[in-house]
Design a protein around this ligand. Sequence first.
Ligand SMILES: C=CC1=C(C)c2cc3[nH]c(cc4nc(cc5[nH]c(cc1n2)c(C)c5CCC(=O)O)C(CCC(=O)O)=C4C)c(C)c3C=C
Ligand SMILES: [Fe+2]
Length: 439
Amino acid sequence: MRHSCCICQYENLHNWVPICTSQRMYRFAGVPNEAYLSSNTSTNYVVSRYSFGWSETQPILPNQSVNKDLSPLAALVTSKSQNFSTASLVGDEKIGVLLLNLGGPETLEDVQPFLFNLFADPDIIRLPRLFRFLQKPLAQFISVVRAPKSKEGYASIGGGSPLRRITDAQAEELRKSLWEKNLPAKVYVGMRYWHPFTEEAIEQIKRDGITKLVVLPLYPQFSISTSGSSLRLLESIFREDEYLVNMQHTVIPSWYQREGYITAMANLIEKELQNFDSPEQVMIFFSAHGVPLAYVEEAGDPYKAEMEECVDLIMEELEKRKITNAYTLAYQSRVGPVEWLKPYTDETIIKLGQKGVKSLLAVPISFVSEHIETLEEIDVEYKELALKSGIEKWGRVPALGCEATFISDLADAVIESLPYVGAMAVSNLEARQVSLLHL
Ligand SMILES: C=CC1=C(C)c2cc3[nH]c(cc4nc(cc5[nH]c(cc1n2)c(C)c5CCC(=O)O)C(CCC(=O)O)=C4C)c(C)c3C=C
Ligand SMILES: [Fe+2]
């Protein structure tokens, strides 16, 4: 099994210490030398560094060692213990969990302004520095041009995105699960492109006097365009705000390797396979949201690697249950003229039909809630295409939503990250000192 990590690393000020709480993976940013640690045993390190700037930076590949002089934080994390007592970690603190998600238009009138917010994000449309002044006019133009097509899609799923309702429900279930595990925490939802905006969540966190915050993007795999964008926004909010600078916090940048998540996905697949007459004949078709190829090849986005590893882990889990179906991974939802990650979902469906595949089970892999790309693109467009292409039996695994194993595992991820919340504050301090020295 591959072990590779990414780093949520931002221009100039490296505030975040992303710590992947899955068993053997630890992540670092926020240290002045940009050390980033991936470990497959407690003594065998691969230190690597990525840069997510667009035109001006180069990715440095995982095995390219750049700095073995690890900061004290490395020592702290490598001495990680799995035996946490939540009580000792909470004390008098007020714990908050901030769930980050994309957001979606709630009405058809929201669609164009939502699209404007999306395309105005430099992590979604990445322009060379010289052309950044064009970001907003371009966003205005593309959002107006795309709005009619998007509106059609949202109209066909009931006139708006269900993302807010589902994310709110997940937040409530997570809160309950944390309380059941003796962690009295408040859970907040911060959306990137629509209400409740991340800024609104942060205001509430300040009003509630939260002293320790765990930031948990609701994307299992990290991409510059999703978790990266939300974290970059958060960083800019934190940088400006005295309260937030002093608040201890940590980030769980991706969690696709967690046992609970993998088990929950395997459970859903196993259950859905039973709806076919010959379950063992069914091709398991993982469909992930795509990103432009340049994100991965030029900017070092770990999204593709994380996605592939995630699929491997789910298939390994299914194999343990003696489910050894054929499977494949493809990427959906491309937008615009550039090349995106391949293979594309639509082309793959057609090819599978030509090869004589008769039964297909679609598994949306990059989302944990139903939304337009599951309810419309997969359930309507891809199903229709599959049936036209000769596939006779079509099924689709639901998104995880509030599935109990999944929510309980997210709660565990939060609890396991608590020992590192203090480490974040140290890193903030270091990063600030360094940035001040550079002024
Ligand atoms: C892992 C998930 C996602 C990635 C990666 C991602 C990248 C990405 N998306 C666009 C363009 C659009 N995305 C839109 C909606 C949308 N995208 C995701 C997830 C990922 N996007 C979600 C959860 C949603 C919200 C869906 C909802 O129910 O509201 C849209 C709007 C819908 C549409 O018109 O199709 C666009 C446009 C790009 C360009 C991109 C990577 C650069
Ligand atoms: Fe998207």
